[in-house]
Design a protein around this ligand. Sequence first.
Ligand SMILES: Nc1ncnc2c1ncn2[C@@H]1O[C@H](COP(=O)(O)OP(=O)(O)OP(=O)(O)O)[C@@H](O)[C@H]1O
Ligand SMILES: [Mg+2]
Length: 417
Amino acid sequence: MNESDRMQELSALQEISRSMHSLDLDEILHLILEGVTHSIGFDRARLYLINEKENLLECKIAVGIEQEKISMITLPMDSEMSIMGRVVSEKKAYVIQDARNDPRVNPVLKEFFNLRSFVAVPLLGKNRTMGAVSADYIYTEKLITQEKVDSLIAFTNQAGLALENAKLYQELKQLNEELEERVKKATEDLKKTQEQLIQSSRLSAMGQLSAGIAHEIRNPLTSIKILIHSLIGRLPPDDVRREDIAVIENEIERMNQITKQFLDFARPSKPKKGDLDINKIIEDTLLLVSHELSELEIETEKAFESLPCIMADREQIRQVFLNLILNAIQSMPGGGRLIIETGIKDGQISISFQDTGRGIPEAIREKLFEPFFTTKEEGIGLGLSITKRIIEDHQGKIRVESAEGKGTTFLISLPFS
Ligand SMILES: Nc1ncnc2c1ncn2[C@@H]1O[C@H](COP(=O)(O)OP(=O)(O)OP(=O)(O)O)[C@@H](O)[C@H]1O
Ligand SMILES: [Mg+2]
């Protein structure tokens, strides 16, 4: 190469090095390859970056190789496995004169790139090795001169620093984004917790007040009930007023039930735990509702596996099953199927209640377990919140799966020991 060519090459390389102030990693990768091929004049060039997590060298960009093949090229960092591995671990350049007869060259790469003579140089940052570049003349079959190697080393020394800066910037940006994401999530969580706190303190104040009221209502209700009963007894059997009084009696009973349920909810008793056979309790509960099931033409399917006994509160667990079965029945006014399955899953007792009812719209699924949430005219909206609390008191979990128009499944898991 004559002096003027050399000057031209140097000034082109300087120009490229100056443009590397950019912090965009892709842009720098392009500039490096442009320097190696256009300015220094190699036909082909491949740039590898170190993937520290996977301990690999990954080809990021190349000239003279089909684009879609580039991402397939990864090399182990082991210096015995390839020249590139050697270059990054020893941090020094290699010139291979005859790749075909050189045992240090990876045989697969030899084939893949049709390697003859090539040069490989490391990309060194200030504090770490970034990767390596290899380059050759495949088309012009020119000799790789020491002059070219020197140019390449001088250029890649600059490029390594620029690359390190860009990589640092990218990592910093990523860290910043992760941090922002975490702060955003923490703020959202905090907001939710605050809302829940306000809600639950409001509920607890309301709860205390209403529990008192409910309790006071129950006593006069009991007296009214007794009086009404004796009033019916005093009326002649064919008295038309008997019907009206029967309606009043029913309504009073309903009010009684509501206050009882509410009080059960507001003043939960500590679970009285004993050995329970879950399958047997489900059977008993089904007996309670057998009339409704047959009236509405709801078929029941049971798939019970034999289960170990668990320590649980019989009345509370029965209440759970009754709530879920009643909800299932109420979701199938035109008939359907109720499938109850029990078994052991992931070391816990699993119980599922599946119905073929109307399903639960996505929009209200989150609210189901909230006290007083109901979509039913006659509902109080306490069934599921009581259910959830009982299950959690037994260290269990409950969740729901539902498809609108197809049906709903409530899944319970309870630990046993
Ligand atoms: N199996 C189900 N299929 C469809 N919707 C259901 C089912 N189970 C619960 N839901 C929905 O969840 C709501 C809350 O249920 P929850 O049992 O807590 O109260 P409720 O049944 O309305 O009243 P109650 O206090 O009498 O039980 C119901 O109003 C209903 O909209
Ligand atoms: Mg209910």
